[in-house]
Design a binder for this molecule. Structure first.
Ligand code: KIV
Ligand code: NA
Length: 271
C-alpha cells in the first residue's frame, strides 16, 4: 500500500457526529521496532524520548540532531505504511526560524521522514509558519514539554490552575494558527485537553491528555512493559522486562550447566 501522507492525517479531525476513528501513533527508534508496529499505526514518531529509552539519559536535553537523524533513517527503512515524524531535539530549532529550517531540512533530506515535531506554543508560532511555508510539515507539542525540564522543574501534569490552563490553550491555538498539521498534547488535565481538542481545527494526539483527543500516542517501550516505573498515563500492554530477564536467566543457566549449545546449534562435517 501507499504510505500515509501529511494532508491525509491533517484531514482526520474527529468532527461532531462524524464516526472517524482516532489516529494511532507509537514511537520507534529502530528498524525492527518500526517493522513490527508499522502495519498497526497511522503514524510513527521518532521521539527524542530515545535519550531516556535507549541512551540512558535522564532528560531529553542532551539529545543531538545527529542522533535523531540516525534513528529517523532507521525507522523510515523499517516502515512502509505509517507516516513518520522525527522530533527536533533541544537546541536545534529555538534560536531562529532559519536555524529550525536548517535542522529540519537535514531531517527530511537525510531520513526520508515527512514531518518534524517541535515543542512549544506561542514562542514557536513564527518558526512553525516559517517551516510549513517552506515545505516542512510540523507537528506541535504543548502542555508538558520535556525539553523545558530545567524551566518547569518537574514532569507533573500542566493545566492544574486557571493560569496554566489558559497558557496551554493559548499555546495550542498559536500552534494551530501557525500552520501545524497536528498537535501533541502531553500531560495536561483531561478537561483542558478536551477543550483544546474542540477549539483547534487540526487533529490532536493525546498522551496523558484526554480520550476525546483525535488520536493517542505512547512510547512503545513503555506500553510493552520494558520499564518498571512509568508515568500514570502509560498502560502496560505487555511485560517485556520480565520476559527478557526470564529468557536471559535461562540462557545463563544453560551456558553454565553446559546445556547450550547443543548439537543442532553447532556446525559439524557431514558424515
Ligand atoms: O519523544 C517522545 O516520545 C514524544 C512523545 C511522548 C509524544 O515526544
Ligand atoms: Na519528544
Amino acid at each position: 500500500g501507499k504510505r500515509m501522507t501529511v494532508p491525509k492525517i491533517r484531514s482526520m479531525k474527529r468532527g461532531e457526529g462524524i464516526a472517524m476513528e482516532p489516529l494511532v501513533m507509537l514511537t520507534a527508534y529502530t528498524t525492527r521496532m518500526a517493522q513490527l508496529i508499522d502495519r498497526h499505526c497511522d503514524m510513527i514518531l521518532v521521539g527524542d524520548s530515545l535519550g531516556n529509552v535507549i541512551y540512558g539519559l535522564d532528560s531529553t536535553v542532551p539529545v543531538t540532531l545527529d542522533m535523531m537523524i540516525a534513528h529517523g533513517a532507521a525507522v523510515v527503512r523499517g516502515s512502509w505504511h505509517a507516516q513518520v515524524t522525527v522530533d527536533m531535539p533541544f537546541g536545534s530549532y529555538e534560536q531562529s526560524p532559519e536555524q529550525a529550517f536548517a535542522s529540519a531540512s537535514r531531517i527530511l533530506k537525510e531520513t526520508g521522514a515527512s514531518a518534524v515535531k517541535l515543542e512549544g506554543g506561542e514562542a514557536m508560532a513564527e518558526t512553525i509558519h516559517f517551516l510549513n511555508s517552506r515545505g516542512v510539515p510540523v507537528i506541535g507539542h504543548v502542555g508538558l514539554t520535556p525539553q523545558a525540564i530545567n524551566v518547569l522543574g518537574s514532569y507533573r501534569a500542566r493545566g492544574r490552575d486557571d493560569a496554566e490552563a489558559d497558557k496551554v490553550m493559548k499555546d495550542a491555538k498559536a500552534v494551530a494558527d501557525a500552520g501545524a498539521f497536528c498537535l501533541v498534547i502531553e500531560g495536561v488535565m483531561e478537561d483542558i485537553a478536551t477543550d483544546i481538542t474542540r477549539s483547534v481545527p487540526i487533529p490532536t494526539i493525546g498522551i496523558g491528555a484526554s480520550a476525546e483527543c483525535d488520536g493517542q500516542v505512547l512510547v512503545t517501550e513503555d506500553m510493552l512493559g520494558l520499564f518498571e516505573r512509568v508515568p500514570r498515563f502509560v498502560k502496560k500492554y505487555h511485560d517485556l522486562a520480565d520476559q527478557i530477564s526470564a529468557a536471559v536467566e535461562e540462557y545463563a543457566n544453560e551456558v553454565r550447566s553446559n546445556s547450550f549449545p547443543r548439537e543442532e546449534q553447532m556446525y559439524r562435517p557431514k558424515t
